[in-house]
Design a protein around this ligand. Structure first.
Ligand code: ADP
Ligand code: MN
Length: 176
């Protein structure tokens, strides 16, 4: 079973294509719930949990085993919001809720362009969103009833998503 009865507060995974608003959403949710925000990209850089730089994809080659080892104790305690654009390598038992943020293509295109993405990096990410890669990955990796897809096109969407998720956290109870 995915849920671990030992934790007193839930663990949430916030995933989605780069630019869909994971970090913005996770930061606001951490504020409203007092859960701990763990930005995997930052953690990987700070603690060198990677196997070097991928020139083609222009990102670190994340070492998934090192990341999971690093987080095991803290995830067991519960009360974490994990923010990452991938979800298939975390242990299934870690999460009580998996949120997949989704953004309309033209909106995402503008966000990524603003972030300086061009060429293959830009097209790969747009395609990732068009083909709902993260939603499929989440559904394959976790029980369907804990996976929640949320639209993240506008500030109003963020406000609504935070309200929904904050409510969910407040009502969450460990399984006995
Ligand atoms: P991610 O962590 O998924 O890569 P960010 O949270 O860094 O995405 O958001 C990328 C950019 O898009 C930021 O400038 C952020 O302010 C903006 N943004 C994200 N989500 C929304 C939204 N729902 N509405 C408006 N702007 C957003
Ligand atoms: Mn981010």
């Amino acid at each position: 079973m995915a849920q671990d009865s030992k934790r007193s507060r839930p663990n949430i995974l916030v995933t989605g294509t780069p630019g869909t608003g994971k970090t913005t959403t996770s930061t606001a949710l951490a504020e409203s719930t007092q859960l701990r925000h763990i930005n995997i990209g930052e953690l990987v850089r700070e603690k060198n949990l990677h196997d070097g730089w991928d020139d083609e994809l222009e990102c670190h080659v994340i070492n998934e085993d090192l990341v999971c080892d690093e987080l095991e104790d803290i995830m067991e305690q519960g009360g974490n919001i994990v923010d990452y654009h991938g979800c298939d390598f975390f242990p299934e038992r870690w999460f009580d809720r998996v949120v997949v943020l989704q953004t309309e293509n033209s909106v995402l295109y503008d966000r990524l362009t603003k972030r300086g993405y061009t060429g293959a990096k830009l097209t790969n990410n747009i395609e990732c969103e068009i083909f709902q890669v993260l939603l499929e990955e989440a559904k394959e990796s976790y029980p369907e009833d804990i996976v929640l897809a949320l639209k993240s096109d506008t500030i109003e969407d963020i406000t609504r998503n935070i309200a929904i998720l904050t409510d969910w956290v407040r009502n969450w109870q460990p399984r006995s």
